[in-house]
Design a protein around this ligand. Structure first.
Ligand code: GTP
Length: 297
């Protein structure tokens, strides 16, 4: 990732993003087999690629619109750095590992960074079923990225279809991954209206029923550009019964906490003693944020 990211300043602002797992292309990724199993339970400590021992491992996926900050969140968590400069969009999907110590247990998180662009949705669908947790991001400075989270929300785009139906084949329509991703297409006068799936719809459709989902409102450092209030994020999360917090990959606010909370939830689910109370993720997050004042990094 670092090599391509370093080229960000020089390159085009919308060129494909580097792949931390080895610079694979979208084509290669689309052809690659989806992960075979979400959970790894070694009977004794295993060793990760980076040489670190771990006891249990989980798969976590970062999802949300293009540009909400998924890659930056992962880089902040993994390397403690912020990828400033022009925006390079992720191509396909890739992952990075991090081993954390949770209540004296070594937990490996394999974190999958997905592409937010519509044209890669069909690539990422195959990975949902093996995810143990999903961090669903929106950008607090981008209202559309928040609206696209919601079930039954519709992204509607209109193109001039000319006089003879579609102006271009589906695959060439900007931002659309082909006919498979299109829920409805209606000819309306000289225009075509396309409705795409919202993120929560995708999650319900492709992920396991017991997947841990956490909603994150990212870029809270951009206070002047904020378009989505904290209360709106909280309300949406409550409505769908998922935990919520606001983060900043730029300042680091709550980034470690988000991954730690998810790791704790997954570890508790896997290793809970029969008489041990259920781990309350939202309560844990709220308590940690209160303890740290407003600004935990
Ligand atoms: N101010 C601010 N900018 C951020 C933050 N996180 C990411 N950005 C910027 O937002 C842009 C997009 O960030 P990415 O992490 O590449 O977005 P992404 O969600 O991975 O995008 P796709 O790969 O297209 O899905 C970049 O220019 C980042 O520098 C943040 O917390 N605060």
């Amino acid at each position: 990732m670092s090599r391509k990211k370093a080229a960000k300043g020089k390159g085009s602002s919308r060129s494909p993003k580097a792949s931390p797992g080895g610079g694979r292309t979208a084509k290669g990724l689309a052809a690659a087999a989806a992960p075979s199993s979400g959970l790894v339970y070694p009977s004794r400590p295993s060793i990760s690629n980076s040489g670190e021992f771990y006891d249990i491992a989980f798969k976590v996926m970062l999802v949300g619109d293009s540009g909400v900050g998924k890659t930056c969140l992962l880089v902040r968590f993994k390397d403690g750095a912020f990828l400033a400069g022009s925006f390079i969009s992720t191509v396909g999907i890739d992952f990075r590992n991090k081993v954390m110590s949770i209540d004296a247990v070594k937990v490996k998180l394999q974190i999958w960074d997905t592409a937010g662009q519509e044209r890669f949705r069909s690539v990422t669908h195959a990975y949902y079923r093996d995810a143990n947790a999903l961090l669903l991001l929106y950008d607090v400075t981008n209202k559309a990225s928040f609206d696209n989270i919601r079930e039954r929300a519709e992204v509607v785009r209109v193109w001039d279809a000319g006089t003879s139906g579609l102006a271009k084949p589906w695959e060439e329509l900007e931002g659309v991954g082909g006919e498979r991703d299109v829920l409805a297409a209606l000819g309306v006068g000289s225009a075509v209206v396309v409705k795409l799936e919202a993120w929560l719809t995708e999650i319900h459709e492709y992920a396991q029923q017991d997947v841990v989902v956490m909603l994150l409102g990212n870029k809270v450092d951009s206070t002047h550009d904020r378009m989505v209030k904290r209360e709106e994020g909280e309300k949406l999360a409550k409505e769908f019964g998922v935990p919520f917090m606001e983060t900043s990959s730029k300042s680091g606010l709550n980034v470690d906490l988000a991954f730690t909370a998810v790791a704790k939830e997954l570890k508790h689910r896997t290793m809970k003693e029969p008489d041990e109370p259920k781990f309350q993720l939202q309560q844990y997050v709220d308590k940690e944020m209160r303890t740290a004042g407003c600004c935990r990094s």
